[in-house]
Structures are given as C-alpha cells and as structure tokens.
Design a protein around this ligand. Sequence first.
Ligand code: NAD
Length: 353
Amino acid sequence: DLTMKNILITGGSGFIGSHLVRLMVTKYPDYNIVNLDKLTYAGNPENLKDIEDKGNYVFERVDIVDADAVFKVFEKYDFSGVIHLAAESHVDRSISNPNEFIMTNVVGTLNLLNAARTSWGSNFSDKVFYHVSTDEVYGSLGDEGFFYEDTAYDPRSPYSASKASSDHIVRAYYHTFGMPVKISNCSNNYGSHQFPEKLIPLMINNIKKNKPLPVYGEGLNVRDWLWVVDHARAIDEIFHRGKVGETYNIGGHNEWKNIDLVHLLCDTMDEKLGREPGTARKLITFVKDRAGHDLRYAIDATKIKNELGWVPSVTFEEGLSKTVDWYLENEEWLENVTSGSYRNYYQDQYQNR
Ligand code: NAD
C-alpha cells in the first residue's frame, strides 16, 4: 500500500524492540512497520509471534554493520521515520568482547545515519531519526543526585562508551547536516521477553530451578527500574511529539539496591510457587564484583513528564508481578532462548529464503 508511511525499527526482535514493534503495529494500522534485525543471540522472532502475520509488519534480516545492506533497505522502502534500537546491550559481554560493541553500536549507527541522509537528501520535512540510548552514558552517581538531559557524558564500560559515541555522532549529524534527530536515554528496563542473562529474568529462572543467585560484590549497586511497556510508550510519545534535536531522559523514579531487588524477587517467587518463605533467599551467592561497576544510576524524568505528559503506567510491584507471571507461564520460551533452539531454527528459515 503506497499510501502507508514506512517506519523503520531496528533491533525489533530484541527485548525492548519487540515491545515497541507490538505497540506501533497495533496502535498505528496506517504505518508499515519494517523491523530490521540481524537476529543475534538476543534477537528472537518468537518475541513477535503474535503480530508477525499483521499486514502492516515486515521483517528484514540485516546486519547494520553491513553498510551496503543497510543502503539497500533504505532504497527499497521510502522511510519517513527511523527508530534505532539495534545494539549489543549486555555490559558483561562488552567487557569480554569490546570490538563487537564498537562495530554494531558505533559503526552500525553511522551506517544508518548515512543511509537515511542519502535517502532523504536535504528534504527533512516530516522525517525523524530517533536514536534509543541508555542512562549509562552519564557514568556513575554517588548516593545523591540525578542524571539530567544536560549531565556531562562520562561512560565507563565499553558498552556505555559505545552508546555515548553513537549519541555524539547522532547529535553531530543534527548540528552539521541538519538531520532531524531525537535521542532518549532510559534507565534499566524489566519485563517479559528479556534475554535471561539480565538480572531480573536470570534471577527468576534460577529461583525456579533452585540454582545459585549470583549477586555482584555486596549487592549495593543502585539501579532505577522501568517497565519495558512504559519505555515503549515513552518512545512512541517522543517519536511523534518530541522536539527535533533534543534529548529526553526516561526513568521510573524507582531506585533499588540490587540486593533489595533480589530479596523482593525471592519473596515474590516463593509466594507464587507456594514455597516456604525464605527458601529462595538461601540461594543468594555473592560473586566478585563486575570490573568498573557503576555504583548508582538515577534519572530525573521531569522533562518528558512536563513536555509530553508521560509518566509510568504501573507501580513497580504491579510490573514485577506481571513479569514474574509471564516467565512462569512461558517456560518453553525460556528453555528455547537459553538453549538457542529458536535461533537455530530461524537461522535456517531465513537463510533458505
Ligand atoms: P537486546 O539485546 O534485547 O536486543 C538487541 C537487538 O538488536 C536484538 O534483536 C539483536 O538481534 C539486534 N542486533 C544486535 N546487533 C545487531 C546488528 N549488528 N544488526 C542488526 N541488529 C542487531 O537489547 P534491548 O535491551 O532490547 O535494548 C535495545 C536498545 O535499547 C539498545 O540500543 C540499548 O542500548 C537500549 N537500552 C536498553 C536498556 C535496557 O535496560 N535493556 C535501557 C536503556 C536503553
């Protein structure tokens, strides 16, 4: 349908991307949503099983590091908007393999900017290039204070340094070429469909299986947790109504010390599984702290609230309870993503097309 607006979402088969694709495909039937994803270990088409047959959804298996392949996709569809989420996203993996993070997060973002710029020429009216980023670019806080949109960047892990680099390049394309860019920096997300290497699904999975619960250091690091569906709602607002050239911080005003969060998860799981109170807490095992582990992240999300009226839709207790229920009800998903069997299946599928 030539009258439909083509919107590119990169990384749509991942955790946050799949929630965003679901929201956009459902809420905007007059958009054609093109999901561009390489399907790394973190990308799982199964995450979009419920919407993949909708007429306004298309999948393109592309590696954003491959500039030619990215250009071809921009030639095939005349995109009016880009929402870029594809990234290597796990800090621990960036410590063991930094190079892949620079390639995907920095070079990949550059390739997308260049493809958009070539495809749009100098006609930027009604165009948006939206880069989804993290609060980790701001570095680490002490016990006090918050990250604001104008907090100086101070990334400390290869992951956050790669995201900071890409933010800077996106902003440079705004100032230098007038590209219509938007950036958001969000705190830690939790929810369904998150790869179980990340804290919350890892703990849920291990509690269920009575396996040790590894907690870094003494568990004193503080993170601000936001329900992934609320992040997707914020992205929708910023994409449509945020100001070009601006940054928006997104957060839940919901700070937890890791150890307190793990305790809460243990108690929630004991209750939901009908186990004796205190059972899961016995599984907690303190492990050597992550190298360069940032102490505390906390977002001031006043700007997005005042300008766009966005606030989280659920309390942490509600969001966490829904999340635990989802992992308990989707045992097969958990088994399959950890064993890599979906990945192999879809690898074959898409290779043979
Ligand atoms: P994720 O790891 O679950 O998903 C990343 C997706 O990107 C996967 O589908 C993967 O296949 C795809 N991808 C990776 N490399 C690619 C490449 N070279 N080409 C094409 N696709 C590729 O990540 P997530 O947690 O959903 O994060 C999405 C975005 O949001 C990232 O940019 C991340 O930096 C940002 N972010 C995440 C959080 C969080 O708490 N998870 C918080 C703030 C910001």
